[in-house]
Design a protein around this ligand. Structure first.
Ligand code: ACO
Length: 329
């Protein structure tokens, strides 16, 4: 039993101004708009400028969420940023964001679990509120994946975009958090990783020349696992929440690839009009994709109190998870 309930009282999202189209990619990669569209469903994506880093994107999304909630930054008790593209190895990007927002002296920390970051973050943030530790938590998924992309590798350069999505969670009498299902398997990191300047292989000139600091992915294998794990996790979270598929109003999946989302929805037998897809506008923005899609859906005015939302993701780790959420007024 939890002490308190939790609900979302504000949402916001932000994408950098620079738009990179499939035709732009054609100018330096051996690829085509037709290949990218049919294999991924992606059209434009946004890439941050040289001056912009993840904390800037996160701060813009968080500011929009504060305005949406009618709150000031000082009224937030804790700031969490889910990201695998932090401004620095340390300190945490959340510390930068809290300062920029004016959430002074508030606790702030990052969650680094790739595309599953928002799902893990939503579970942690809800736990902090439901257990009575904090009254209000700002959770932001934010990525500048363009900064760790090998722009000459057509198998990854076309997939990823930059952006941020934020939610403000608040203590409530009603409880929106119905259940979570989280999982991870670290036995095969090489399926999807960026070695970066990690302690396993500290960055040196040879590593830089070999581009180990950039994203490497074994696409087809990752594709199959993404479908399997997101289907399993959705089924598991529905079971834990004692829901059936017909109860679901919106399925908001990580925007990895339109074909992954379509396959998952087909296996789950969830009709297309319940599945939120905005991949054609942003590409794969990792931890940012679900809160960006949620923010767009809420701001479109189509989410009503009582609606059941399933959030589900799969990504680097390998990691996966789903949260069942009942939208509250
Ligand atoms: N343009 C043209 N051709 C290409 C491109 C491109 N951009 N990229 C690859 N190809 C070629 C390949 O070289 C290959 O050619 P070949 O048959 O001559 O060898 C052919 O297209 C097929 O390549 P596949 O990799 O088998 O293509 P696939 O249909 O699997 O699509 C993709 C590749 C889009 C990467 C897909 O595998 C995918 O989406 N994977 C999962 C991504 C994902 O879910 N990641 C997890 C979340 S992200 C995170 O956690 C950070």
């Amino acid at each position: 039993m939890s002490l308190h309930g939790v609900k979302i009282v504000g949402v916001g999202h932000y994408a950098p101004a620079r738009v990179v189209t499939n035709h732009d990619l054609e100018t330096w990669l051996d690829t085509s708009d037709e290949w990218i569209t049919t294999r991924t469903g992606m059209k434009p994506r946004h890439w941050a400028s040289e001056e912009e880093a993840t904390s800037d994107l996160a701060t813009d999304a968080a500011s929009a969420a504060l305005v949406h909630a009618g709150l000031s930054a000082q009224e937030v008790d804790c700031v969490i940023v889910a990201t695998v593209t932090p401004d620095y190895d340390f300190p945490a990007t959340a510390c930068q964001v809290a300062s920029k927002l004016g959430a002074l002296d508030k606790p702030a920390f990052d969650i680094a679990i790739a595309c599953s970051g928002f799902i893990y973050g939503l579970t942690v943030a809800s736990g902090l509120i439901r257990s009575g530790v904090y009254r209000r938590v700002m959770l932001i998924g934010a990525e500048s994946l363009s900064k760790i992309l090998d722009k000459d590798d057509r198998s990854t350069a076309i997939l990823f975009g930059d952006g941020a999505g934020a939610v403000i969670l608040e203590r409530s009498e009603e409880d929106s958090f119905l259940a979570a299902d989280l999982g991870a398997d670290g036995s095969r990191p090489e399926l999807l990783y960026a070695q970066g300047s990690g302690a396993r292989k500290p960055l040196d000139h040879a590593a830089l020349d070999a581009k180990v600091h950039l994203i490497h992915m074994q696409g087809p294998e990752t594709f199959k696992l993404a479908v399997t794990k997101m289907v399993e996790s959705t089924d598991a979270v529905l079971g834990k929440a004692k829901l059936v598929k017909a109860d679901v109003t919106f399925l908001i999946p990580h925007q990895a690839n339109k074909r992954i989302i379509d396959a998952m929805a087909r296996y789950l037998d969830v009709p297309a009009d319940k599945v939120v897809v905005n991949i054609a506008e942003y590409g794969n923005t990792s931890a940012a994709s679900i809160p960006m899609a949620l923010s767009e859906t809420v701001r479109a005015g189509i989410v009503k109190p009582g609606d059941i939302i399933i959030f589900v993701a799969f990504g680097g780790g390998l990691s996966w998870g789903a949260v069942a959420w009942r939208w509250a007024a």
